[in-house]
Design a protein around this ligand. Structure first.
Ligand SMILES: Nc1ncnc2c1ncn2[C@@H]1O[C@H](COP(=O)(O)OP(=O)(O)OP(=O)(O)O)[C@@H](O)[C@H]1O
Length: 268
């Protein structure tokens, strides 16, 4: 349904607020950097309350695919095809991209907290949207830091700079920041690659908890991580999603020899 956005004076598509069992789906995607086709042939469904791992060799198109899911590629790539969120194609003119990114949050490879206090990191986006009630903001800070399992570590230093946190803590604060605007989907691009094994295990435990409320899509180079954490796995090779199935099947009985070679470390 279209409505007139008063601020921009243009028509935008309203999202269907009803949740569907398939939170996101891609159809006929083709992603070009200039004239070069970087990604195609990836018709994937992302079910509600599941974790999907995107695996594959370097340069196979995982990040390109992931970033297209919340229109982060808009400025650098041409994205053809459909990206359905709750049944609405968000890859069409007139879609409110800010609303897309609120509902489909992103956590990056390197923790990237703002040079602000922990409290302000979490509340920044809400304050920009006009939420100024201290009670509301305090509640969001506590709730999201608890969801990201870092509340106990930072609750007495919320006014300290987020830049003073360890890598693992900073990544959790970035997850809390993404959760503060109430997304449905969390996209994570190798979120543990800069973390030690203990922080990585804690992060995985956090993601398992979060999947009860969110749909999670994670790029990882760590095969053990994909195997222990995800419900579904997509294997990318040379810009195509060549295998997509339940994680157990991809790791024990893959259809493609290439997938078998990759997950068992015999690739290349
Ligand atoms: N901004 C860009 N401009 C031009 N080409 C790009 C850009 N980003 C990625 N590419 C190209 O697109 C292809 C896919 O890259 P992408 O980063 O999606 O792969 P990846 O599987 O995520 O790799 P990695 O595991 O190393 O992060 C590569 O050939 C890469 O060089």
């Amino acid at each position: 349904m279209q409505k007139l956005d008063q601020q921009s004076d243009r028509f935008i598509y309203e999202f269907n607020p009803e949740e569907t069992p398939i939170t996101m789906q891609t159809k006929d995607l083709e992603i070009y950097y200039g004239k070069s086709l970087a990604m195609h042939n990836a018709d994937i469904q992302f079910e509600k309350n599941t974790i999907t791992a995107l695996i594959g060799p370097s340069g196979s198109g995982k990040s390109t695919f992931l970033r297209s899911l919340n229109r982060m590629n808009d400025d650098v790539a041409t994205v053809n095809g459909q990206i359905l969120y709750q049944g609405v194609n968000i890859n069409q003119p007139g879609i409110d991209v800010y609303e897309v990114r609120r509902r489909i949050g992103m956590v990056f490879q390197r923790p990237n907290p703002f040079a602000k206090s922990i409290y302000d990191n979490i509340t920044f986006a809400l304050q920009r949207r006009g939420v100024h009630s201290k009670k509301v903001l305090d509640e969001v800070v506590e709730k999201t830091l608890k969801q990201a399992a870092v509340w106990d570590q930072v609750k007495d230093s919320l006014n300290k700079s987020a830049l003073s946190l360890s890598g693992g803590q900073a990544q959790r604060v970035c997850i809390a920041r993404a959760l503060a605007v109430k997304p449905d989907v969390l996209l994570l691009d190798e979120p543990a690659s800069a973390l030690d094994p203990v922080s990585t295990a804690q992060l995985e435990q956090t993601l398992r908890q979060l999947k009860k409320d969110y749909t999670i899509i994670i790029v990882t180079h760590n095969m053990q991580q994909a195997a222990r954490l995800s419900d579904y796995t997509v294997f990318f090779n040379m810009g195509e999603a060549i295998e997509y199935n339940k994680t157990r099947k991809v790791f024990t009985r893959p259809k493609m020899k290439l997938t078998d070679d990759y997950v068992s470390g015999n690739f290349g």
